[in-house]
Design a protein around this ligand. Sequence first.
Ligand code: SF4
Ligand code: SF4
Ligand code: SF4
Ligand code: FES
Length: 948
Amino acid sequence: MSMTPEIDYGTPASKATKEVSLTVDGVKISVPEGTSIMRAAMEMGTQIPKLCATDMLDSFGSCRLCLVEIEGRNGTPASCTTPVGEGMVVHTQTDRLKRLRKGVMELYISEHPLDCLTCSANGDCELQDMSGAVGLREVRYGYDGGRHPNPGIDASNPYFTYEPSKCIVCSRCVRACEEVQGTFALTIAGRGFDSVVSPSQEQSFLDSECVSCGACVQACPTATLNEKSVIEIGTPDKAVITTCAYCGVGCAFRAEMRGDELVRMVPHKDGKANRGHSCVKGRFAFGYATHKDRILKPMIRSKITDPWREVSWDEAISYAASEFKRIQAKYGNASVGGITSSRCTNEETFLVQKLVRAAFGNNNVDTCARVCHSPTGYGLKTAYGTSAGTQDFDSVEYSDVMMVIGANPTDGHPVFASRMKKRLREGAKLIILDPRRIDMVRTPHIEADYHLPLKPGTNVAVVTALAHVIVTEGLVNEKFVRERCDWDEFQDWAAFVSDPRHSPEEVEKVSGVPADLIRGAARLYATGGNGAIYYGLGVTEHSQGSTTVMAIANLAMATGNIGREGVGVNPLRGQNNVQGSCDMGSFPHEVSGYRHVSDDATRAMFEALWGRPLDSEPGLRIPNMIDAAVDGSFKGLYIQGEDILQSDPNTQHMAAGLAAMECVVVQDLFLVETANYAHVFLPGSTFLEKNGTFTNAERRIQMVRKVMAPKNGYEDWEITQLLSNALGFPMHYNHPSEIMDEVAQLTPTFAGVSFKKLDEVGSVQWPCNAAAPEGTPIMHINGFVRGKGKFVITEYVATDEKTGPRFPLLLTTGRILSQYNVGAQTRRTANVIWHEQDVLEIHPHDAENRGVRDGDWVKLTSRAGETSLKALITERVAPGVVYTTFHHPDTQVNVVTTEFSDWATNCPEYKVTAVEVMPSNGPTEWQEEYEELTRQSRRIAETLVAAE
Ligand code: SF4
Ligand code: SF4
Ligand code: SF4
Ligand code: FES
């Protein structure tokens, strides 16, 4: 918890395996070939003064502070740019070097304002440190920094300031933006003494291309770029390593505190998912944790039309338990259920499903993965035997071709996108299948080799056409297929995809993708070296979501792109713990580790430990629960951390189902939309207030550590435990580590996981057990988990959601960088500055045909419902396609999406809705009613806060 700074080795580690021996200040050492002298010295504990070097960036060699002497060589080379050599003898602390370094520092200090005592970075400034390190005692050229350019402070970014008078022009920020983030938003403008860092075309940070990732702020050795929170609160005095609670990348952070106040989140360099990088959400958008909208006291009401009544925890828990018992006594055991959250920890999720199976006595448990990646679970388990991605993120460094299908990494998975972009700048090729021209199609220094702008709903046709080319042009890796896959199934599949109806020329007619693009992309993927597929919700949220996942799995097997670094099939998971919530047994048909509830041996293991008989029949999925509620047979629901009214499709149907229940318990941070239909509200805790683990998209289990006491009084697992005890099924955990121990005991793929292990090694990727004690970065290396890889026939079946005269356009949905999911957290941070409202992207032709101008209000109508929002006219979408995000409840785009869903998993078909767009005068009637409801909720919250 103490504030031990992260060690900066000055230059990145070399990946070479060959060792080189040298002598530094009389000490013999060995380091990998290619290591800089600076890093070699640092690794043996000798710090060479530096300003322009940092181990997050390639060496640059501009400040001339890190000079060394090398025996047998003239001059004083910079240690950051000079690699070690065999037998080299280096001196880092001679009188000559000391003199030279002092001279350099004198020049820097004479150009710097002398306001150290009142500077926000006082005590956390490398310029100060280096002045001390070189023993600077006087400056012959004066101290006032008067000649330094000072165009004034830029405080336009909500999270950090830029104060040019303090800039030492080391270019670390510029290089961080290029090398780490890949945005290229900064440059050094001017020359010599007039040099100054400039965002884009001499714009403010807010107006520039900057995406507020914070990499430049982190790289800056002075207070020139500094977090506003540091300026406001002061420099931190302690730090805790934890994991971001936003997306499935799973960035590790140092939560840096001053007292009990969180000052800043700094990406952790040892984080194996993020390698020291972050995006605007994890880095800066944590203010929701202390937002005034947070509800901190439990509340109950008999009817959803009654006002809330604030009660004690005891009363709320007993009321909820007695209601669930009453309902089960009256309507039967199966009349209640629970929903786990992909935002909560593994341990919390495990407890909710345990409560449902053991305390409720049924399998009516489901999770929000139902509406995102359930087809991934089904498809990859069928093809390979494991419901998870095959690679670690580091694998991308070895990819030669990346195929991105239905994912928008720069918005949805920004830190991984930066790693992809880095590899692409190194020369890897890029294929994108997406109806929209996402940023990665063309972004600084990157241009996709192929963009296949397919019509929404035609994924299976296009991916099968790629397979057609691979098979009919003889590009199959037959050796791999014969050794690793079921050969008979392969032959059936090969015959199927070879059929002329799957040719690119035929598929062009349904997908709109020119045949030559399909052919070119297929050839590139099959022959371009290591081919890695990354996909997102644009694959899964379709009526054929599971079929597309299996079609992707077929492609990887047919080309031998599985089972080693640089290849694989990689779902980019949406929420922070969507992988974990699935792993923990949140589905109605599977307990932890994806074992079916009908398996007697598995059930017996749980029954023996839990002391309760478990139901062998799968329970209800979320849509089934809602249907049953509308029909009158499902009456009670415990929802932990999930706003199903906003996130699930067909809002009216969802609202009708929730309204028909007799006891809805919502456990959340805020009065989310679903809480409008709740009878009991149990205040939840944020990730900053709890211990536990999250599992990211690469199956990496990482620690979440408590940095402050829960403002609501309890961590979420404790609340579930209280409810379970009140229901008569005792739970007695003292700490989440005990829950993980139970998971490990009951789940073969987690058998080697414990908090102790995670504390020791930082993180592990499951499977982690006796066979793989250090975890499994890459799966299916020597064989598929299921034995032989399974080729599945993927017949394209057009969705029933068809365009026609009434609804001639296709709506597809997605997310943007600054907001997260339904926005409950990010809308309560300064991130709203970048996305105040959801807008409808529409092609200029479609807009013109409808008399719609940029910024006009438009009504978006489908057969399910209607909403109004503002139009954004853009060629990012093709004619006939419109696009919006779903972050704002006052738009609630899911009133428009339909009941159609994936045939195998019920994952909703969010990505294809036939719609019409017409000019409108403003919000619809329900949106105005909603506004009123929100105002009321806010008033209630404010009254309760005031009463407190
Ligand atoms: S915050 Fe990120 S994107 Fe913005 S200038 Fe800095 S490094 Fe570039
Ligand atoms: S803003 Fe900071 S990192 Fe950028 S050049 Fe100036 S001192 Fe260096
Ligand atoms: S939101 Fe995702 S990419 Fe951004 S910091 Fe968090 S885990 Fe990393
Ligand atoms: S640290 Fe080596 S030249 Fe700046």
